[in-house]
Design a protein. Structure first.
Length: 302
C-alpha cells in the first residue's frame, strides 16, 4: 500500500449462506456495486457460493478519497502511460486491493475467491500478486494487465469512459448518458431496462462528486503499471473471461492475462462487448462457480 494512503472501510452487501465458499465481486471504473446484474449474483448463490459485493473506494456508498484530478490531467496521464512514463495519482490499484483485504479481515475471511470486471479485474490481479495465499481462485473479466501495448481499444470507447466535463443536469440526462455509454462499450443488441439504470445511478449518486471520483480511479489504473512480470510468478487458479467484441479492452488484453498466469483458462464470449449481457450471464456464472469449486480443497473461509 502507498505510504500516503490509508485503508478505506468499504461499504458492502452479502448474498447467500456465509458458511459456503466466499467470492468477492469487484466492479469497474466509476461504477457502484449495484451494477452487478442481479441474475449473475443469484446464479452464483445458486451455484453454492457466498457472494460479497463491495463498493470500491470512490464508488457508491464507500468513502471518497481526497485529491482533485481534472479531465486535462487524465488525458495527459493517458499519454504518459502510453509512452511508458510514470503516472502520479492520489492512490493506486494496490491501495484499492488493500481495502478489499481489510474487508476480508472484518468478515473473518482468511481467503476467498476474487472476481473482478474491468478495473475490478485489475484490483483482483493486484490482490493475487500481493497475497496469493489469500486468493483461493482468481476470475478476471473484461480486463487487462496494465500493458499499454495490448490494453487499449477503440478511441471512441476510450473517450466514452473518460470523466465527464460536467455532471448531467437531472435524472433523465444521467440515464441517457449511461445508456449511451453502454451503447458504445457494451454488447451490441443488449438492452438495459430503466430500473437497472436508475438503480446504478442512485448508487453512484451517493458519491458527492462522481466525476472527480471516477477521475481518481482512472488515475489509479494508469499509475499502477504493467503487471505481466508479476503475473508470471502467480500460482493462483485463474479464469479469464473476455468478450471477443470488446471495444474498450480488446481480446488480446484478456488473452495476455491468461497466457502469463500458469494454468489459467481463457473463456472467450463471441459477440460480447465490455459488459455482462443478459444472454451470457448464466454461462459466465456457471463457469465462475465451476472454476471456484475446482480451485482446490483449501477453497474455504477459515
Amino acid at each position: 500500500m502507498s505510504e500516503q494512503n490509508q485503508i478505506v472501510d468499504l461499504a458492502y452487501k452479502t448474498y447467500g449462506d456465509p458458511h459456503l465458499p466466499p467470492i468477492i465481486l469487484l466492479m469497474g471504473l466509476g461504477t457502484p456495486a449495484a451494477a452487478w446484474p442481479r441474475q449473475f449474483i443469484a446464479d452464483l448463490v445458486q451455484g453454492g457460493l457466498y457472494v460479497i459485493v463491495p463498493d470500491n473506494r470512490d464508488s457508491g456508498a464507500s468513502p471518497a478519497a481526497e485529491g482533485d484530478v481534472s479531465r486535462r490531467q487524465v488525458v495527459c496521464a493517458i499519454a504518459r502511460y502510453l509512452i511508458g512514463c510514470r503516472v502520479k495519482a492520489p492512490y493506486r490499484l494496490e491501495d484499492m486491493a488493500a481495502d478489499v483485504f481489510a474487508l476480508m479481515d472484518r468478515l473473518g475471511l482468511e481467503k476467498a475467491a476474487v472476481a473482478g470486471i474491468s478495473m475490478g479485474g485489475m484490483i483482483a490481479q493486484c490482490m493475487a500478486i500481493e497475497a496469493p495465499q489469500r486468493v483461493s481462485s482468481l476470475v478476471c473479466m473484461s480486463t487487462a494487465c496494465g500493458n499499454p501495448r495490448t490494453g487499449l481499444g477503440k478511441l471512441k470507447a476510450v473517450a466514452a469512459v473518460l470523466p465527464a466535463s460536467k455532471p448531467p443536469a437531472g435524472a433523465a440526462e444521467a440515464r441517457e448518458a449511461l445508456r449511451k455509454l453502454f451503447d458504445v462499450i457494451g454488447t451490441k443488441g443488449n438492452t438495459y431496462p430503466d430500473d437497472y439504470l436508475d438503480a446504478v445511478l442512485r448508487a453512484a449518486a451517493q458519491q458527492k462528486d462522481p466525476e472527480k471520483a471516477t477521475a481518481r480511479q482512472l488515475m489509479a489504473i494508469l499509475a499502477s503499471g504493467n503487471r505481466v512480470k508479476a503475473l508470471r510468478q502467480l500460482f493462483v487458479p485463474a479464469l479469464v473471461v473476455h468478450g471477443l467484441a470488446d471495444p474498450l479492452l480488446p481480446k488480446a488484453a484478456g488473452m495476455e492475462i491468461a497466457k502469463n498466469i500458469r494454468g489459467a483458462r481463457f473463456l472467450g464470449i463471441e459477440g460480447m462487448g465490455h459488459d455482462l449481457p443478459l444472454a451470457h450471464i448464466d454461462e459466465i456464472a456457471r463457469a465462475v462457480a465451476a472454476h471456484c469449486y475446482g480451485a482446490g480443497p483449501d477453497f474455504s473461509a477459515k
